[in-house]
Ligand binder design. Structure first.
Ligand SMILES: *Cc1c(COP(=O)(O)O)cnc(C)c1O
Length: 458
């Protein structure tokens, strides 16, 4: 029998991150200043990010050294196992081989600590005393709470008010790691007070919480801000996932035909796919990489490629990306980590250049896939991760129909043990697929006055 679990030793934790910017055929466009609409420089970002991360954001170096202190913290849970999903293969009666990388084994239960630890470290080195951030479903807030605790930095988390009420255990987890958690919108910031004045019962949104966290960081010298997805340095930190998977598949004598990952802002997709895409970009290796987004928040498959803000208040730089508009309010589906209006800049360019693919799936198909995965492989996946599993099942069924073998690799971005309410709702028949009307789809785009992109492809 083929072995089920392919492990690496601690010594094999990658020494460097992979920066795909070095290999992209079309370079990304620069971020623009929100007021002047001119390209921004490092000094514009210095009030909210440490210099090393600003450098990484624009770096064209293919390999970037992972500091020893970061690798030491990674040792708590890395390298993560690569698992051959033999039971799932059997249940699907497919000739396809299915492998998954289990990022759910991290302290906070997802891939997010891979960048949280790196970001906390660089802030510590540059003398930062406190970080602020936002969190939706609580995955990012808890990852950063763990990471700041490792390096003795304080953390303020602005948690979207509905999630604060719906996910009390995520809040307790952040508190356990010493973070202060506030239900956003709060009366602690201008951005929050403005929303509360107009809508005292506002349930909050990720965009509002980002505005609050940035405002707090910008108004205090010793405080900086930290973002859990979308940005180039975040995507790069996540490449430890794919770099390990490369070595593990090499041990198994395999290379994927298709890589699948759920898609929120792009960090775990980038993490697993970019190190493999290196071979597509430099050696013409045949490889598909498929990002799976929820049908209720379809920026990659139905959004516009244009400049847009990362937050609701318009405080962030304008980023060139696929977006549904910074005022788009997604339906309250259970995969909270995928409910963001925009996509990472690098991902957007790769999609535009047809180097990667995207699909949008409805949540009932995803939960069904998640339950089949739990029944066969034993691990209850995060609602976000079920999107990847549903696409993997589609790929495996297609292989069966065609009578062809293929090797599928997917990222199990997190476990779902804090998300059992979502599964309860699914079992009780309370979850519905949300079919976006054209009106809803264009609600966030129609009044956008941010710059469109006219791009001549090289
Ligand atoms: C946050 C999250 C995602 C989506 O975010 P990306 O930046 O696109 O990776 C996916 N899965 C889990 C478990 C998450 O916590």
């Amino acid at each position: 029998m083929d072995s089920k679990k392919i492990t690496l030793s601690e010594k094999e934790i990658p020494q460097q991150w992979y920066n795909i910017q070095a290999d992209m055929p079309n370079k990304i466009l620069p971020p623009l200043h929100p007021a002047t609409k001119q390209p921004i420089g490092p000094e514009d970002l210095a009030p909210i990010f440490p210099m090393e991360l600003i450098k990484q954001e624009v770096s064209q170096e293919r390999w970037v050294e992972i500091p020893e202190e970061v690798r030491k913290v990674y040792q708590i849970w890395r390298p993560t196992p690569l698992i051959r999903a033999l039971n799932l293969e059997k249940a699907l009666d497919t000739p396809a081989k299915i492998y998954y990388k289990n990022e759910g084994v991290s302290p906070s239960g997802s891939h997010k600590p891979n960048t949280a630890v790196a970001q906390a470290y660089y802030n510590k080195v540059e003398g930062v005393k406190k970080l602020t951030t936002e969190t939706g479903a609580g995955q990012w807030g808890s990852a950063l709470a763990f990471a700041t605790q490792m390096f003795g930095i304080e953390l303020e988390v602005y948690m979207v008010k509905v999630s604060y009420r719906q996910k009390p255990y995520r809040k307790s987890l952040m508190n356990t790691w010493g973070a202060n958690v506030f239900a956003s919108p709060t009366d602690r910031t201008n951005a929050g007070r403005k929303v509360l004045e107009q809508f005292p019962d506002s349930p909050g949104s990720l965009g509002i919480a980002i505005s609050e966290a940035i405002e707090r960081a910008a108004s205090d010298e010793q405080t900086k801000y930290s973002l859990g997805s979308v940005l180039n340095h975040v995507l790069m930190h996540q490449t430890v996932i794919g770099l390990e998977a490369l070595k593990q598949l090499e041990k198994a004598g395999d290379f994927p035909d298709v890589i699948v990952a759920p898609f929120g802002g792009g960090s775990n997709f980038a993490g697993i796919a970019f190190p493999f895409l290196h071979y597509k970009l430099t050696e013409n290796k045949n490889l598909r990489a498929v990002a799976v987004e929820p049908a209720s928040c379809p920026k990659l498959t139905k959004g516009q490629f244009r400049y847009d803000f990362g937050d609701t208040a318009g405080l962030t730089p304008l980023l060139p990306m696929y977006t549904l508009g910074h005022n788009f309010i997604p339906a309250p589906i259970h995969a909270g980590g995928l409910r963001y209006h925009g996509a990472g800049v690098i991902i957007s360019q790769l999609l535009k250049d047809e180097i990667i693919e995207a699909v949008a799936l409805h949540q009932l198909e995803c939960f069904e896939a998640g339950v089949l995965f739990a029944k066969t492989e034993g691990i209850v996946p995060a609602p976000e991760s079920t999107h990847a599993i549903a696409q993997v099942i589609r790929e495996a069924k297609q292989a069966k129909e065609e009578g062809k073998s293929k090797t599928i690799l997917f990222n199990l971005s997190g476990h779902g043990y804090f998300d059992m309410q979502a599964y309860t709702d699914f079992f009780e028949g309370k979850l519905k697929d949300h079919h976006l009307t054209d009106e809803e789809l264009f609600s966030g785009l129609k009044n956008l006055d941010t710059p469109l992109i006219e791009q001549s492809v090289a």
